[in-house]
Design a protein around this ligand. Structure first.
Ligand code: NCD
Ligand code: ZN
Ligand code: ZN
Ligand code: ZN
Length: 417
C-alpha cells in the first residue's frame, strides 16, 4: 500500500429546496425509461417527460438513475473505535459508493446492548451524510432491554467467533433470545446456520442469515427456505462473490467468514440466479493498516465504496443484470427490513438516488478512498461502471469525486419487533 497522500475532497454543502434531474435513463418497474425527475422537500415530486425547472439542475444524459443503494450490513465503528471509522468518514465512503442508506451493526466498543447504548449511537450517527438504521445487540443477558428499544432493523446474534465478543453458544440462551425478539440476524457459519434455522422455525422468527459463503450452507438453506414456519433471508458479500481463497495474499484478505473455494463461489452465483440469495451487503468492516499488519490481525475488510462499481462491472461483463443489482442491493433490503419510503423511484418516495455511468472506467485506488482505513482489497483493480452522483434526501452529497457534507436521517422501519 504505497500511496498515502490525501486527495479526498470534502466541502460543507448547502441544503437544496428543489432539484431537477434531466434526460437520464430512470430505473422504474424493473426497466429503464427516459424521464425527468423533480425533487422537492427531499421527496420525489414528479417523474415526467415534460420540461421541469428547479433551483439546481443535473443533466443525466447518457447516464442511469437508480434508487440509492441500501447497504444492510456495515460496521461504522462508532462509538469506541473511531480511529478505524466513524459515522462521518464511513458515510462519505457510502456516498462515494452510491449507498444512500446503511444499517449499522452493534459489535462496538462497548457493544450496543442497552436502550441507552442505542440512544448514544443515535446521537453519534447524526453526522452521517447518508441515511442510516441500526441493529441491536445481545450478550444473552440483556433480554430485558428488548422491550425498551424501538426502530431497529433486527436483533443481531453472533453464534460464531468474530470481531467483538458477543458470541452466544448456549442453546437455552439462544432459544430464549429467539423467543423474545421476532426479527433476528445471525452471524452463523457452517453447522450454526442449521442451528439458527431450527431455532427460527421453532420460534417463528424472521431470520436474516448474514454473509453466507459456502456451497454447503447454500444447499442447506435451499432445503429450508420454503418452510411455512419462518421467513429466511439470505445475504452475501461482494468479497465472497468476487474473491476466493486463492486471492488470500495476506491478512488484508482475512475476514469472517473466510474466503472460500471457486466451487463455493460458483454456488453463491448460482444462488443469485435462482433467487435463493436475497441480498448483497458489504459487511464493511474497516480496520487500520497497522492493525492488519500486526501479529494478531483482526478480521474484516472495508467495502462500502466498491460494492456498486464491482456489481456494475459485473453487469458490463454480463455476469449480472441491472435488474439483479437493483433487486439485491435496493429493492429487497428495503422490503425485507420494511424501510419506509425507500427503495423505489416513485412519486412521494424519498429522493435517495444514484446516477451511474456504465461506461466510466476507473481503477480502485487506496489514495482515493473516503473510508478512514484507506485501503481496499480491490486496490489496483480496474472496473467499468461507476456511481458519479449520489443524492440523499434530495441533496447532492457526492458528485464527481467531491463530498458535500450535509447531514442525513435515521430511517423508519415499518415492522415492530
Ligand atoms: C466484522 C467486524 O470487523 O466487525 N468482521 C468480519 O470479519 N466480518 C464482524 C463480522 O461481521 O463478523
Ligand atoms: Zn498500493
Ligand atoms: Zn459477521
Ligand atoms: Zn459484519
Amino acid at each position: 500500500m504505497e500511496e498515502r497522500q490525501v486527495c479526498r475532497n470534502i466541502i460543507r454543502g448547502e441544503v437544496r429546496m428543489s432539484l431537477a434531474i434531466k434526460n437520464g435513463q430512470i430505473f422504474i418497474n424493473n426497466g429503464l425509461i427516459k424521464k425527468n425527475i423533480l425533487v422537492e422537500n427531499s421527496k420525489i415530486k414528479k417523474i415526467t417527460n415534460n420540461n421541469i425547472k428547479a433551483e439546481k439542475t443535473i443533466d443525466a444524459s447518457g447516464k442511469i438513475v437508480l434508487p440509492g443503494i441500501i447497504d444492510s450490513h456495515v460496521h461504522m465503528r462508532e462509538p469506541g473505535q473511531e480511529y478505524k471509522e466513524d459515522f462521518f468518514s464511513g458515510s462519505c465512503a457510502a456516498a462515494a459508493g452510491g449507498v444512500t442508506t446503511f444499517l449499522d451493526m452493534p459489535n462496538n466498543k462497548p457493544p450496543i446492548l442497552t436502550a441507552l447504548d442505542l440512544e448514544k449511537k443515535r446521537q453519534a450517527a447524526k453526522k452521517s451524510i447518508v441515511n442510516y438504521g441500526f441493529y441491536f445487540g445481545t450478550d444473552g443477558k440483556n433480554i430485558n432491554e428488548f422491550k425498551k428499544i424501538s426502530n431497529v432493523a433486527t436483533l443481531k446474534v453472533y453464534m460464531d467467533k468474530t470481531t467483538g465478543n458477543l458470541i452466544i453458544n448456549d442453546e437455552s440462551v439462544l432459544n430464549k433470545i429467539f423467543m423474545r425478539f421476532k426479527r433476528i440476524a445471525v452471524h452463523a457459519e457452517e453447522e450454526n446456520v442449521e442451528r439458527a434455522i431450527k431455532l427460527a422455525i421453532k420460534n417463528k422468527n424472521q431470520l436474516h442469515l448474514c454473509h453466507i459463503s459456502s456451497r454447503e450452507e447454500i444447499n442447506l438453506i435451499r432445503n429450508f427456505k420454503n418452510n411455512k414456519e419462518c421467513k429466511i433471508f439470505v445475504e452475501v458479500t461482494p468479497h465472497h462473490l468476487f474473491l476466493t481463497k486463492e486471492d488470500e495474499k495476506n491478512s488484508f484478505f482475512m475476514m469472517k467468514p473466510g474466503l472460500k473455494t471457486k466451487k463455493d463461489q460458483d454456488a453463491l452465483w448460482k444462488a443469485i440466479k435462482d433467487g435463493t440469495m436475497d441480498r448483497i451487503a458489504t459487511d464493511h468492516a474497516p480496520h487500520t493498516i497497522t492493525e492488519k499488519e500486526s501479529e494478531n490481525p483482526p478480521y474484516g475488510v472495508p467495502g462500502i465504496e466498491t460494492m456498486l462499481p464491482l456489481l456494475l462491472d459485473a453487469v458490463n461483463n454480463k455476469k449480472l443484470s441491472l435488474n439483479d443489482v437493483v433487486r439485491l442491493t435496493i429493492k429487497n433490503p428495503a422490503e425485507m427490513f420494511g424501510i419506509k419510503n425507500k427503495g423505489r423511484i416513485e412519486t412521494g418516495f424519498d429522493a435517495d438516488l444514484v446516477i451511474v455511468d456504465m461506461k466510466k472506467t476507473k481503477t480502485v485506488s487506496n489514495k482515493n478512498l473516503f473510508t478512514k482505513c484507506r485501503w481496499s482489497p480491490w486496490h489496483g483493480k480496474e472496473l467499468r461502471g461507476w456511481p458519479i452522483t449520489t443524492i440523499v434526501n434530495g441533496n447532492v452529497v457526492f458528485n464527481n469525486n467531491k463530498i458535500e457534507n450535509i447531514n442525513a436521517k435515521e430511517v423508519m422501519f415499518n415492522n415492530k419487533r
